[in-house]
Design a binder for this molecule. Structure first.
Ligand code: UD1
Length: 325
């Protein structure tokens, strides 16, 4: 793996974000030269603290909707990891145009720039939200996709663009359908992922809120496994493939809330149930047979292992007072 990435010029869009910054650190560790782009809307420079110490890292504050910027930065690039996005499902329900603009037009700029600059491969961060609420579980890549939020529609459109650019222009592309990624650097904000929100609640001694009756389930996937999937995808002779990246072991929200309270010794806090959230999928669970077969991907963290690793990181980085059990 090390020799493959050594000295390659790699672009990471969304480099200051949760997934982008973790990917950037790993690529730098493997000897790559990384150019990170981020408009700092969601991303934070704090996430790139380690990267800034590395002479092989360059950061550019900019927007993926700026075609000229991408054309300039993509010169001589070997691989583009396109992680920048409007990431929140509920926010996409409130702001469908912005979501469309960032996620679809932005991805199209990335593809066009990659084509013009003869970049070898584009790895795209897609999402399990493309499946929508169809009843069949676990989700296999060839199943029906019926997105139920503007966010899901946009990710689905981008997957198609990735394939079309391979067929029309011969650029290698691969889309990784992430299933609820969590871990270090995920922001604790009202529009963030549920695990980061609840960890924030726990640290502030607040009750946990569940939208709906708690039976909604997700295949929460630990960030380290997602980074591993990206490294494998970067070495794959891609032809527009679309591949689920999940842990393959779903958990419902009530069980997740109880597990988090137990691990952190905060079982005194309450779980409060409220109205379901518009645009939410009920169940999400990945079949990862294809990822195993073509990428040799094997998740190493189930939810509890991931949560423990995440919380340990949190305690170390923020010196918080939390007892582990
Ligand atoms: C998440 C990602 C999205 C990604 C998708 C699939 C975020 C913000 N969204 O969407 O980018 O494409 O996974 O990988 O990371 N919930 C509560 N209480 C809360 C917050 C959420 O009960 O305080 C519930 C939601 O109603 C939902 C579940 O938790 O049922 C998961 O929500 P969330 O973490 O926002 O993720 P997704 O919407 O699945």
């Amino acid at each position: 793996m090390e020799s493959f990435y050594q000295n390659k010029k790699i672009i990471v869009t969304g480099a200051a974000g949760f997934i982008g910054s973790n990917l950037t650190d790993k690529l730098l560790e493997l000897g790559a030269r990384v150019v990170g782009i981020d408009n700092l809307f969601n991303g934070r420079l704090e996430n790139l603290k380690e990267a800034f110490k590395n002479k092989n890292f360059e950061f550019v504050k900019g927007d993926i909707r700026d075609l000229n910027l991408l054309l300039d930065l993509f010169k001589d690039a070997d691989i583009i990891y396109h992680e920048a996005a409007f990431t929140s499902v509920p926010q996409s329900v409130l702001m469908p145009n912005t979501c469309n603009d960032v996620n679809i037009n932005g991805a199209l700029n990335v593809l066009n720039s990659a084509r013009i600059r003869d970049v070898e491969l584009v790895v795209f961060a897609s999402s399990s939200s493309v499946y929508g609420d169809t009843p069949e579980l676990p989700k296999r890549e060839d199943m029906k996709r019926v997105p139920i939020s503007p966010y899901g529609v946009a990710k689905l459109a981008c997957e198609s663009y990735m394939q079309v650019f391979y067929y029309l222009y011969g650029i290698k592309t691969i889309s990784l359908r992430y299933f609820n990624v969590f871990g270090p650097r995920q922001k604790d904000s009202p529009y963030s992922g549920v695990i980061a929100i609840w960890l924030g609640n726990i640290l502030r001694n607040e009750d946990l809120i569940i939208f709906g009756d708690g039976t909604n389930s997700r295949d929460f996937t630990y960030i380290k496994d997602v980074i591993q999937a990206n490294l494998l995808a970067g070495q794959y002779d891609a032809k527009g493939e679309i591949i689920n990246i999940g842990a393959g072991c779903p958990i419902n929200l009530t069980k997740l809330a109880k597990l988090m309270l137990k691990i952190t010794n905060r079982e005194n806090l309450n779980i409060i149930y409220t109205d379901p959230r518009p645009g939410d999928i009920v169940h999400s669970f990945a079949d990862i047979t294809l990822a195993r077969k073509i990428l040799n991907f094997e998740p190493k963290f189930n939810q509890e292992q991931g949560l423990r690793d995440y919380i340990q990181w949190y305690i170390k980085n923020y010196k918080v007072n939390l007892k582990f059990s």
